[in-house]
Ligand binder design. Structure first.
Ligand code: FES
Length: 367
């Protein structure tokens, strides 16, 4: 094969791809919006970090570190007061920015801030950015930024392999052709959208007779454009489209301890007007759920015994190599601390923060 461009030799040993204690800075799903009502406080663990997510009276979702910056009580045990959260142990109160706004029996609260994380809500999900300031948008469907769409929540899933290995199945053309017995001739073209997003496209003809192919044909006629867009190596949007029909399946994932996958599927279709339009979209979204559930079931069965080791790439593996190379250029964060790998600057900042806190504590004791 031509290995001059985008070859794996430039990444002899991946530092991000398929690693169980490293992940890319980005937007990650937290919870379905509907599972967090006004006044709810829930604990979640994402990439080894314990977090609390709550929804105040203003309906805004807020995410912060799970333990109270006073003495470490779990803030998930606290109480909501309007848009603020009161710790259950000594009743210190924190606002939506994490700032301590009230300490019982003190005229002025001490300056203290619980660590909050950038939070967004879209597609019926709550999302967290795993760094200080979001550098990129939430995953979106290309050319769809100003479009209206119908969306439905698919299934939550657990798969016994790393998210990267699971998600690259969408561009493994050998597997798609052979394992799924789909007579689709695919040649994928890549396009890097930004430093965190890459898309693989093809337009392909549908041949053959089977229940699924007949169903595809019913919705997409004889040719379909197929694309797979990866965001942060962890969310992948698989799109099937022709002039009149669009179906987008979002597989959004996180790494579990040991490098396994937990994820959620979402189905999207361009909004249609009128009774029949709504009915058609309902059918398309239902079909999307069936397709995604089936793909996940098959992949879990196939991948659970795999030990990914890319020893012999061939030309047909080019898209996979491109995906890995794209991933290796992103910002790697450590499991649990969410600190940049080998970032001396950030580590220095953390030490300074700790020293400041200790100094404050000493001053308080000496007063
Ligand atoms: S531990 Fe939360 S207020 Fe003291």
């Amino acid at each position: 094969m031509n290995t001059n461009i985008d070859n794996l030799n430039s990444v002899p040993k991946p530092k991000i791809f398929n690693q169980s204690t490293i992940f890319v800075e980005g937007w990650y799903w937290v919870l379905p919006s509907q599972s967090l009502l006004v006044g709810d406080i829930k604990s979640v663990t994402i990439f080894g970090k314990d977090l609390v997510v709550y929804r105040g009276k203003d309906r805004r979702a807020v995410i912060l570190d799970a333990y109270c910056p006073h003495m470490g009580m779990s803030l998930a045990k606290g109480k909501m007061e309007g848009n603020e959260l009161r710790c259950v142990l000594h009743h210190w109160k924190f606002d939506a920015e994490g700032i301590c706004v009230d300490i019982p029996n003190l005229d002025e609260p001490v300056f203290l801030k619980a660590k909050t994380w950038p939070t967004a809500e879209q597609y019926g999900m709550i999302w967290v950015w795993t760094g200080e300031t979001p550098q990129q948008p939430l995953p979106f469907v290309l050319d769809w930024e100003n479009q209206e769409f119908d969306i439905s929540l698919g299934s939550q899933f657990n798969i016994s392999c790393h998210p990267h290995v699971l998600l690259l199945q969408g561009i493994d053309t050998q597997q798609i052709n052979l394992v799924y017995k789909l007579p689709l001739k695919m040649v994928l073209e890549k396009q890097e959208l930004n430093e965190n997003a890459i898309i693989f496209n093809t337009i392909t003809n549908i041949h053959g007779k089977s229940f699924w192919l007949n169903l595809y044909r019913r919705f997409f006629n004889n040719s379909v454009s197929y694309s797979v867009c990866y965001w942060y190596g962890s969310t992948c949007i698989v799109s099937f489209a022709n002039e009149s029909t669009h179906l987008h399946i979002i597989f959004t994932t996180r790494i579990l301890p040991g490098g396994k996958t937990e994820g959620q599927t979402l189905l999207m279709s361009k909004k249609r007007k009128g009774f029949f339009g709504k009915l058609t979209n309902k059918l398309i979204l239902k079909l999307g759920k069936k397709i995604s559930d089936r793909l996940l079931k098959n992949n879990d069965r196939i991948l659970q015994t795999m030990q990914f080791d890319f020893k012999t790439p061939i030309k047909a593996d080019l898209s996979i190599i491109q995906f890995i190379n794209h991933l290796e250029q992103q910002k790697p964060l450590r499991w649990e601390s969410w600190l940049l790998v080998r970032s001396r600057e950030r580590e220095k900042e953390v030490v300074e923060e700790r020293q400041k806190r200790e100094k404050w504590r000493d001053e308080l004791v000496n007063d």
